[in-house]
Design a protein around this ligand. Structure first.
Ligand code: AMP
Length: 440
């Protein structure tokens, strides 16, 4: 049962271990994305509401978190701002705002939280982090291949191997509708139903398609082909009379060829019934799934006119989005790999030593160590050593009456328990030598 202290449903608090895991993952992603020449972009968490609404379709518009006007305008009950729903619309706004100041092509990555007023469930949050890669201004299939290859490399670098990139093309889907003579007005609905074949029984999907107005025998043969064990071969033959279908197959084969050198063959497949919900895609599309995963881990495709529709210039575009929560769910918690909170713990053995101990912690930080003084009220060394050990400190820097008299600092190795007396005037250089050990 949720309590009054839980965060709002569909959001989470991240304590230190989670923060560590997430930050490490983001660092890996940034490094892989930068390795492909994508540059960072950060946009505000919220946008003007008119920038966001009317861009995602009616259903998604309902999921946009709106922000009421504030102060003297609060009584109006109107929303003038909204939390960003994804990273694509902000990208379109940036493309419109900065135009020719951006490099051509413009390859950017964006990592940050997005908000959707969705019904929370396993792997479905209302606040989650997307890691997007997009290229504006390139029609080349090399740009599509770069997007999913970079995403692939990032997932591998995070430690995932058991996942599949399902590749398809909107033209393959158009070709299929054409060869099955699906009336144009039914096309979009039929594709939405076909997209459910992974979760629903073929009979249910046939009924759904028939309910949309398509002849039952056509619906049955379409679903029959899509679910056949040799679906890929059959679809390749079936599409021969369709120009769109053949163009789509060529796109898929070009991308499979480009991926060959970097993605193991079993990790990328032609998936002719993969639709990707959004209708704005204009060419190749892909979606990443993993065994044991929840929904899609990521996906993307080419969306050549969307930037213009979103208010930006009419530039060709392609890109992909990775949902970090669903990726992290598949990775083990690396509790053992966590470093302690601090490298050096500095006991305070009474008020008269506070100033000196405080300065010792500062010297340790200046030498590159993470350091903290004892903040509790006990003056006992034993108690403070326990605190040092609980903090995961590697060293304890002890300064009390004996050290004052001898002009030294006692450095205790918390792993082996050995102690060393270091002349106080040499402690900075001594700690600098330790910094290399702490990083290792
Ligand atoms: P989309 O922008 O809907 O295409 O989503 C791109 C990626 O974001 C998906 O593949 C998921 O990994 C992730 N994602 C989408 N919705 C959610 C959600 N409600 N909670 C967590 N991750 C999500």
């Amino acid at each position: 049962m949720p309590t009054q202290f839980d965060p709002p449903s569909g959001t989470r608090d991240f304590l230190a271990a989670d923060c560590d895991k997430r930050e490490r993952a983001f660092a890996v992603l940034r490094s892989v994305f930068a390795g492909y020449g994508f540059e960072p972009l950060q946009t505000p968490a919220f946008e003007r509401v008119d920038v966001l609404l009317g861009k995602y379709g009616e259903e998604a518009d309902k999921l946009v978190f709106k922000i009421l006007r504030r102060g003297e305008h609060e009584a109006s009950g109107e929303a003038d701002l909204a939390l960003r729903y994804d990273m694509t619309v902000p990208l379109a706004r940036v493309a419109a705002a900065y135009g020719s100041q951006l490099p051509t092509p413009y390859k950017r990555y964006a990592i940050g939280p997005v908000w959707r007023a969705d019904r929370p469930g396993r792997g479905r949050y209302r606040e989650f982090t997307q890691c997007d890669l997009d290229t504006l201004g390139a029609t080349s299939p090399l740009a599509d291949a770069e997007a999913f290859c970079a995403q692939h490399d990032a997932m591998v670098a995070l430690g995932l191997t058991d996942f599949t990139i399902n590749l398809n093309s909107r033209q393959v889907l158009s070709g299929l509708l054409e060869v099955f003579a699906v009336p144009a007005e039914l096309g979009a609905g039929v594709l939405i139903s076909l997209d459910k074949l992974d979760n629903l029984d073929p009979g249910v999907v046939i009924d759904e398609i028939t309910g949309r107005g398509l002849d039952k025998s056509v619906a049955a043969s379409l679903v029959g082909v899509m679910t056949a064990p040799d679906a890929v071969e059959r679809i390749r033959v079936l599409l021969k009379p369709s120009d769109a279908g053949m163009a789509g197959l060529e796109q898929v084969d070009t991308l499979l060829g480009l991926a060959r050198a970097q993605i193991p063959a079993e990790r990328i497949v032609f998936a002719p019934r993969m639709v990707r919900g959004l209708s704005y895609y204009t060419g190749p599309i892909w979606e990443v799934t993993a065994r044991g995963g929840t929904g899609s881990l990521g996906g993307g495709g080419r969306y050549d006119h969307l930037i213009e529709q979103l208010g930006g210039p009419d530039v060709p575009a392609t890109g992909t989005s990775l949902g970090i929560e669903r990726v992290l769910m598949l990775l083990p918690d690396d509790a053992a790999g966590r470093r302690g909170r601090i490298d050096a713990a500095v006991p305070v053995l009474g008020g008269e030593f506070a100033e000196r101990s405080f300065a010792l912690a500062a010297a340790a930080r200046a030498a590159g160590l993470r350091a903290s003084v004892y903040l509790g009220s006990s003056g006992k060394l034993g108690r403070q050593l326990r605190w040092a050990s609980d903090s995961g400190a590697r060293w304890c820097l002890i300064y009390g009456a004996a050290e004052r008299d001898a002009g030294t600092v006692t450095v205790r190795d918390m792993v082996g328990g050995e102690q060393e007396s270091v002349p106080a005037d040499q402690i900075t250089g001594y700690l600098a030598g330790k910094a290399g050990v702490a990083d290792a």
